[in-house]
Each structure stands twice: as structure tokens, then as C-alpha cells.
Design a binder for this molecule. Structure first.
Ligand SMILES: [Zn+2]
Length: 228
């Protein structure tokens, strides 16, 4: 339910902060006119320019949050994330640093069905008891439907009675990302795939031992791989 905004390009902030004062000094008309003007005019011009410069900086500082807030996410370079690789048998292989998967809306729409797109890319929620995994208790692992990142192991799946597949832990903490979600007048914690930002579901603190957590997932966000 929450569109994460984690790709804000901070490089532009530093560039803007350095450029403004430099530009003010170079363009100072008081310096250019000092040879030809009488001293009192020079002084007035200098003071006026100083005030204008300060006002400009204050205005820039005042505007800065709005400008940054409105800035679109810019991926100037691939962002890397840490995930743990697993075999289809559920064996932990190794922790790796890999490039985050970033695709356009058109690319995701081409890859996914409309229902899966709505859930994984627009944080929709499937109707309870409608998904294909809420009542599945076979042994295997659950991968991300969008990027194949390993997310959950059936060893942590439990019957929650909610109509959504429920787990008491992810297969590796690195492989999922938790995000504060305040949509629909509630404060919840949304869970996303670390590798591709697919929305998976939410996590609640009313789960069973040993974690007391309930990862309430959408079947549509998952791809089950039976343990062989
Ligand atoms: Zn993914």
C-alpha cells in the first residue's frame, strides 16, 4: 500500500548547494561597476546587492525542501542491494551484492498479469481465500513472482486462518524490506522484495513462536517451488 521513495538522487543536492553562492559572486554587479561609480553609490549598490544575495540564499533555503520533495526519483547509477541466494531445495548458498532490478511500468505490465501487476507494483491486496497458496502446505520455497528472489520457506508457514499465506519469518532478513505504511487510516508495516521492490504484503506482531510475527503475504506476489 505504500510506494517507497528510496531512489532519491542526493548528488543533485550537493551540486545545487555549491552552485548558488558561486553564481552569486560571479554575477555581482557591485564589483563590475566599482571603477566608474562615486563611493556613496558604490556603497549603496554593494549593500543592496548584499541584501539581495542574502535574500536569494534565504529564499533558496526556504524553497529547498519543496524542490527536493517534488524531485522525481533519478537512478543516475544502479543501486546495489544485499540479498542471500538460495537453491530451489531451500539451501542457503551465499550473500551477494547485486544491482537492484529497476523496470519501467510498461516493462512490468508486459511481464506480469494485470492482477499480479496491481498487487506487486501498486500494492493492491488479493481477496482473502482467493489466492493459490493460502491453503498450500507442501514443502518448498516461495520466490518473488517478479524477480525470483527467494522470500519464504514452507518450514516457517503456518495456518493463520486469514486466507492469505502466512509465515513467521522470511527465508533471510536481507531478502525482504519492511516499510512503514500509513494508508487506509492504519499504521502497518508493508513488506517488499529487496531485489525488485515488489509489494508482498504486511507483517504483524500477532504471529506464533518463535518470532511472534505474522508475514501476511499475497499469493500473487509469490511463486512456489516444490522441494525436490
Ligand atoms: Zn522481487
Amino acid at each position: 500500500m505504500l510506494a517507497p521513495d528510496r531512489n532519491r538522487d542526493r548528488t543533485n543536492v550537493g551540486t545545487a548547494a555549491q552552485a548558488c553562492p558561486e553564481r552569486s559572486r560571479r554575477g555581482c554587479p557591485a564589483e563590475q561597476s566599482s571603477a566608474a561609480s562615486p563611493p556613496n553609490i558604490q556603497r549603496r549598490a554593494f549593500l543592496a546587492m548584499s541584501a539581495a544575495t542574502i535574500a536569494g540564499l534565504v529564499f533558496w533555503q526556504w524553497r529547498k525542501p519543496a524542490v527536493l520533495g517534488a524531485a522525481p526519483a533519478v537512478d543516475s547509477e544502479p543501486k546495489e542491494v544485499t540479498v542471500v541466494l538460495f537453491s530451489d531445495a531451500g539451501q542457503r548458498l551465499k550473500q551477494v551484492r547485486i544491482a537492484k532490478i529497476v523496470k519501467t511500468v510498461a516493462e512490468w505490465r508486459k511481464q506480469l498479469s494485470a492482477g499480479v501487476f496491481d498487487i506487486t507494483r501498486n500494492a493492491d491486496t488479493e481477496i482473502a481465500f482467493s489466492g493459490k497458496y493460502w491453503n498450500l502446505h507442501d514443502s518448498g520455497i516461495y520466490r518473488c513472482i517478479c524477480c525470483d528472489n527467494a522470500l519464504f520457506d514452507s518450514a516457517t508457514k503456518f495456518e493463520s486462518g486469514t486466507g492469505w499465506p502466512s509465515f513467521w519469518a522470511p527465508i533471510a532478513a536481507e531478502n525482504v524490506t519492511e516499510i512503514r505504511d500509513t494508508t487506509f487510516g492504519m499504521v502497518r508495516t508493508a513488506v517488499a522484495c529487496t531485489e525488485c521492490d515488489a509489494h508482498l504484503g504486511h507483517v504483524f506482531d500477532d504471529g506464533p513462536e518463535p518470532t511472534l510475527l505474522r508475514y501476511c503475504m499475497n499469493s500473487a506476489s509469490l511463486r512456489f517451488v516444490a522441494r525436490t
